[in-house]
Design a protein around this ligand. Structure first.
Ligand SMILES: NC(=O)c1ccc[n+]([C@@H]2O[C@H](COP(=O)([O-])OP(=O)(O)OC[C@H]3O[C@@H](n4cnc5c(N)ncnc54)[C@H](OP(=O)(O)O)[C@@H]3O)[C@@H](O)[C@H]2O)c1
Length: 236
């Protein structure tokens, strides 16, 4: 049986930073497994890319464990998952006391538990092959205080802590874990007024994706473990 080709699994691929990441990787000939819930946006992203042959769509709800396990198995039927970029995420931009229980669940289930489950669904394969790269798209909010971001910050700080421990546990297995902490980036995660008011100060998702791609490509004895990117004029 011919050896399976390698693939990089990118979550949150239908929009924003994830979509730019798909383009950065696919345009360099990487196979990309692109996951998100909105199938029509995934299809448009693929069709508009100019690299459709490298982009493989695997619709998934990252807040649903069954969906993650099913998707991981589906991808693994045809490819070896050699890279995982946990990018899917959302926030509420609300004061802590204003968040509903559902909003709290949605943010934690997507940004924190979803990413941990996705790692869990791929990590044994990586350990077996003694090869793998995991990138987590966190946020400067994992470390810096921003009002209206309490649950979001908790989700990002939680994944930061989880990944730092996991990295230590996996050091002998040839698997690298990189935490990326971006500042404000011009994507649909920002709602109405914030986007129109501040977009000129925000980073471009394409610029961010390009530099993440260059980190992913790093080879040899030096591994990026944590990196922060801010707009040139700083936080908003
Ligand atoms: N933009 C910024 O300023 C900024 C700064 C720091 C960090 N980040 C982080 O960057 C990541 C990407 O955000 P973005 O700014 O590019 O926002 P975005 O344009 O809103 O993209 C969010 C992506 O996450 C996906 N997603 C959300 N919930 C999901 C779920 N339950 N299952 C599967 N996919 C889900 C969305 O796809 P579907 O809705 O189609 O499922 C979409 O593709 C997030 O983790 C965010 O926290 C963003």
């Amino acid at each position: 049986m011919p050896e399976k080709e390698k693939i990089v699994w990118i979550t949150g691929a239908s929009s924003g930073i994830g979509k730019s990441l798909v383009y950065s990787f696919a345009s360099r000939g990487f196979n990309v497994a692109a996951s998100a819930r909105r199938i029509e946006l995934l299809e448009r992203m693929k069709n508009d890319s100019g690299f459709a042959g490298s982009i493989h769509l695997f619709p998934m709800d990252v807040s649903n464990l069954e969906s993650i396990i099913k998707t991981s198995k589906e991808i693994s039927k045809s490819f070896v998952i050699s890279g995982l970029i946990n990018n899917a995420g959302l926030t509420s931009f609300k004061n802590a006391t204003e968040n509903s229980y559902k909003e709290i669940d949605d943010i934690i289930d997507t940004n924190l538990k979803g990413a941990i489950y996705t790692i869990q669904s791929t990590i044994n394969g990586m350990i077996k092959r003694k090869e793998g790269k995991i990138f987590n798209i966190l946020s400067v909010a994992a470390k810096k205080i921003f009002i209206n971001s309490s649950v979001y910050s908790a989700s990002k700080a939680g994944l930061l802590a989880y990944s730092n421990v996991l990295r230590e546990e996996l050091r002998s297995n040839g698997i690298s874990i990189t935490n990326v902490l971006p500042g404000a980036t011009k994507t649909p995660i920002w709602q109405g007024e914030a986007l129109s008011k501040f977009s000129s100060r925000m980073m471009s998702p394409d610029d961010l994706a390009e530099v993440i791609f260059s980190l992913y490509k790093v080879k040899g004895s030096a591994i990026p473990e944590e990196i922060t990117f801010r707009p040139i004029k700083g936080d908003l």
